[in-house]
Design a protein around this ligand. Structure first.
Ligand SMILES: [Zn+2]
Length: 101
């Protein structure tokens, strides 16, 4: 069969194959190569592992509602110095006006 790949799969092919974002024809070529090539089979297995752990991590992030509360608290903490500086400026202006009289 002329369509059999006589070279190893490149990273992009392996990644796409793991993500299932590849055409049927390409999948055929890749699977034919994987049948005869242990090295590429291992790379695909590693890539699959990576993809599934990324998916798990993404799912975990989505299923963690307390994070949003932490985020707004962190934002408030970051704003605190700005608010403090604003209060200081107002106080300084007040004191300066009081001294003018
Ligand atoms: Zn190979």
């Amino acid at each position: 069969m002329a369509s059999v790949i006589n070279r190893h799969l490149d990273e992009e092919e392996i990644e796409k194959y793991s993500l299932n974002s590849i055409s049927e024809a390409e999948t055929g070529h890749i699977e034919e190569h994987l049948l005869i090539c242990e090295a590429c089979r291992q790379q695909v297995a590693q890539s699959d592992l990576y993809v599934s752990s990324m998916r798990r991590a993404a799912t975990r992030l989505r299923n963690a509602p307390p994070r949003t509360r932490q985020h707004s608290w962190a934002a408030a903490t970051r704003l605190l110095p700005v608010l403090a500086a604003g209060v200081l400026v107002v106080l300084a202006a007040f004191v300066w006006f009081a001294r003018q009289r």
